[in-house]
Design a protein. Sequence first.
Length: 286
Amino acid sequence: MNEAATPAQRFLRVLVTVGPGGLWLFLFVLLPSLLVLLASFLSRGPYGELGLPLGLHNYARALQPVYLEAFTESLLVGVWATLLSALLGYPLAFYIARHPKRDLLLFLLLLPFLTNFLIRVYAWLVLLQREGLVNALLGAFGLGPFAFYPSFGAVLLTTVYTFLPFFVLPVYASVERLDWQLLEAAYDLGARPFRAFLHAVLPQTYPGLFAGSVLVFIPAMGTFVVADLLGAGRVVLIGNLIQQQFGVTRDWAFGAALSVFLMGFVLLSLYLYARLQGERGLEELV
C-alpha cells in the first residue's frame, strides 16, 4: 500500500495538473482585465499616452447621453439578436437532432465558418444594397427597391446570421440528451402536445438555451465590425466607440472605461438572470 502523500507532494501534483491552465488564465484573462481596469482610472496624456491623475472622470464621461445612447443601441441589438436566434435556432436544433442526416446538416450549419468573417459581412453588404440581389429579386415581383442598407435592420440581420450557430449547437447538445420517455409519460397522463412540451421537453433544454443565449448576447453587444460596415455611421454601438477610442482618438483611458462598463453590465446581467432562476434553476443550468 502506498503511503499517504505529504502536503508538499499534494501541492506539487496540483501545481503540475492545474498550474498550466491557471497560468494561461492568469496571463491571458485575469492580467489583461486588471490592466484594462487600471487604465480606466488613468488620464489621457497630450499624445494619447496613459498618465496621471487617477480618478473616476472616465466613468463620469461614459454616462453622458451620447454614450448612453450607443449603449442602449447595443443592448437592443443584443436582446433582439438573442430573441431572433432563439426563434430560429430552437426549432432548427430539434430538426437537426431528429434528422437521419444530422451530420450533414451540422456540417452545413458550420460551413460559413470556413470563410473569413469579414468576407461574410461584406457579402451581406452586397446582398442588401440598393443594386443588390435582394432588391433584384423583389424587383422581379414589382417591389422595391428598398433601402435595406445602411440600417439597424441590416445590422441586426447580419448579427443573427453570424451568431446563430452559437445558439443552435448548445441547444442541439441538450436535445441529443433528451429523455423522450418523459414526453410519453406526459401524453399517458392526458397532457396535450403543447402542455407536454412545456413540462416534459422544454425544462430539459434549459442548459442549452441558457448557454446559447449567453453565446449570442455577449458578442452581439460588443460587436463593432457589423455595425461599422452595415450601419455605415447610422448605427453606432458601444463596440464602435471602444474601437474608436483605442484607434482614431487614442484615448485609451476612456476606451478602457467603456470596456469595463460593458463587461460590468454583462456580468451583472448574468448574475441577475441566475438569481431570478433561483437555486434550483441555477443548479440545473450549471
